[in-house]
Design a protein around this ligand. Structure first.
Ligand code: PMP
Length: 401
C-alpha cells in the first residue's frame, strides 16, 4: 500500500485516545428495540439519547404497516426513484407530506442528509449566496459546500448578524437563507419571524430544515413554520423520517415548479436508491398517527416541561433550549466523555457532543425526551446525572444541588 496513504490514517488518533482511556461512547450496539429502556451489549439502560421523540418506532400500527409493505413489495426497491424505485407508497407519502406541511408538493429522498445534499446544490447557482446559521446541521453545510453558489455564516440565531451579512452582500444572484427549524444539539428554535422579515426586506428565499421539528412543534407537529404561523412565508420545508416519523428517509416540500425541478435535476435523488417499501410504509403509518392523535405530542411536551423544571432547579447549564432536546453543557471534552461513561455504568444512555463537532468550550451531553418516558424514568435519569455530576466535579449553579 502507498505509505503516504497509510500514514494519513495512522496519524488519526482522536478516537484511539478515548478508547485507550476506556471512555469511548460511539457505535454502541443495541441488541433489541429502541424504547425508553434499551439493551446495549446485554446491559439494560434508560434511554435519554433517542431521536424517536414520539416513541413510534415500536408502535404496533407502524410495525404492522412496515411488515405488510415488506411482504407486498419485498425488501428493496432496487433502484432510484427516477428509474425503477418508485412505488405507489412513495407517491402517497409525498402527497400526504405536502398536505401535512401546507405546501403544493413534496419529494421524498432516502435520508434526511440526502435531502440537503440533493436540494441545496440543485436550487442554487453560481452568483447566488447562501446564508447559513453557524450551528446548522452538517448536511446543510455539505449541500452548500458542493453548490456553485458561495455561502456565508451568520452568528447563531442572531438577526443582527444575518442582516449585516445580507446588507453587505454585493452579489446580483439570489439570496438563500437556510436554517435548522430546531437546532439538533442545542434544542433552540430558529427565529423564523426574524428571518422571514429580513428575507422580505432583502428579497431572499427561505428554507427551514425541520428534521427535529416535525412531530414536535406546530399544529399536530407540522414543524417550525407552522409553529410561527409562517407556512406561506417559508419557501421550502425539509426534514427527515428518521426522528418523530419512526423510519428512515427525508423530504423537501415547496411550490410545484421547484419540486418538479428538484425531482428531475437532483443527483442525490436521481442517482441513489429509494427508501425501502417498509420504511416508506412506516413513515406513512407514523404520519397517520400524528395527524389523528395529538396526545402523544402533548405527552412529549409534558415530559419536557417536567424534566426542564428539575434540571433548571438543580442548576445544570441547559443553554437556550426550548424543546425536548436538552443540552447539558459540560464545556470540557474530557469531562463530557467521563460523564457519559459513568452515566452508562449507572444505567443511563446519553450522547456526548464534543469537538470537533462543537468547540471544546461548548461540549455538552445531549439529553432528549420521548413521549413514552414516564415521570419516574425522568426522575431516575436526573438523579443519576446529579450523582455523577458530583462525582466528577461538574459545577451546578443552584443552591438546591
Ligand atoms: N438535518 C438535520 C437538521 C438533522 O439534525 C439531521 C440528522 N440529525 C439530518 C438533517 C439528517 O437526517 P438523516 O439522519 O435522516 O439523514
Amino acid at each position: 500500500m502507498n505509505d503516504q496513504f497509510r500514514e494519513r490514517f495512522m496519524a488519526f488518533d482522536e478516537a484511539k485516545k478515548i478508547q485507550d482511556k476506556g471512555l469511548y461512547a460511539f457505535f454502541r450496539p443495541f441488541k433489541a428495540r429502541q424504547e425508553t429502556i434499551v439493551n446495549v451489549n446485554g446491559k439494560n439502560v434508560l434511554m435519554f439519547g433517542s431521536n424517536s421523540y414520539l416513541g413510534l418506532t415500536t408502535h404496533p400500527e407502524v410495525i404492522e404497516a412496515s411488515e405488510n409493505a415488506l411482504r407486498k413489495y419485498g425488501s428493496s426497491c432496487s433502484g432510484s426513484r427516477f428509474l425503477n424505485g418508485t412505488t405507489d407508497l412513495h407517491q402517497e407519502l409525498e402527497q400526504r407530506m405536502a398536505k401535512f406541511l401546507g405546501k403544493e408538493e413534496a419529494l421524498v429522498f432516502s435520508t434526511g442528509f440526502q435531502v440537503n445534499l440533493g436540494t441545496i446544490p440543485t436550487i442554487t447557482r453560481k452568483g447566488d449566496t447562501i446564508f447559513l446559521d453557524k450551528l446548522n446541521h452538517a448536511s446543510i453545510y455539505e449541500g452548500s459546500r458542493i453548490s456553485e453558489a458561495s455561502y456565508l455564516r451568520f452568528k447563531h440565531n442572531d438577526m443582527q448578524s444575518l442582516e449585516e451579512k445580507l446588507g453587505t452582500c454585493k452579489s446580483e444572484g439570489i439570496k438563500f437563507i437556510i436554517v435548522d427549524g430546531i437546532f439538533s444539539m442545542e434544542g433552540d428554535i430558529a427565529n423564523l419571524p426574524g428571518i422571514v422579515s429580513l428575507a422580505k426586506k432583502y428579497n431572499a428565499v427561505v428554507m427551514s430544515d425541520c428534521a427535529h421539528a416535525v412531530g414536535v412543534l406546530g399544529e399536530n407537529g407540522r414543524g417550525t413554520a407552522s409553529h410561527f404561523n409562517l407556512t406561506n412565508d417559508v419557501d421550502l420545508i425539509g426534514g427527515t423520517f428518521s426522528k418523530s416519523l419512526a423510519s428512515v428517509g427525508g423530504f423537501i416540500a415547496g411550490n410545484k415548479e421547484t419540486i418538479h425541478y428538484i425531482k428531475h435535476k437532483s443527483r442525490a435523488l436521481v442517482f441513489s436508491a429509494s427508501m425501502t417499501p417498509s420504511a416508506t410504509a412506516a413513515a406513512l403509518a407514523s404520519l397517520d398517527i400524528i395527524e389523528k392523535d395529538d396526545s402523544i405530542r402533548q405527552k412529549l411536551w409534558e415530559n419536557t416541561r417536567y424534566a426542564m423544571e428539575q434540571l433548571k432547579e438543580i442548576g445544570f447549564d441547559t443553554g437556550n433550549t426550548e424543546t425536548p432536546i436538552i443540552p447539558i453543557y459540560i464545556r470540557d471534552n474530557y469531562k463530557a466523555y467521563e460523564f457519559v461513561h459513568k452515566l452508562f455504568e449507572e444505567g443511563l444512555f446519553v450522547n456526548p457532543v464534543v469537538s470537533p463537532a462543537v468547540a471544546p468550550s461548548d461540549s455538552l451531553i445531549r439529553f432528549s425526551l420521548m413521549a413514552s418516558h414516564t415521570f419516574d424514568q425522568i426522575d431516575e435519569a436526573i438523579s443519576m446525572m446529579v450523582k455523577v455530576a458530583k462525582q466528577i466535579g461538574i459545577r451546578l449553579q443552584s443552591k438546591a444541588a
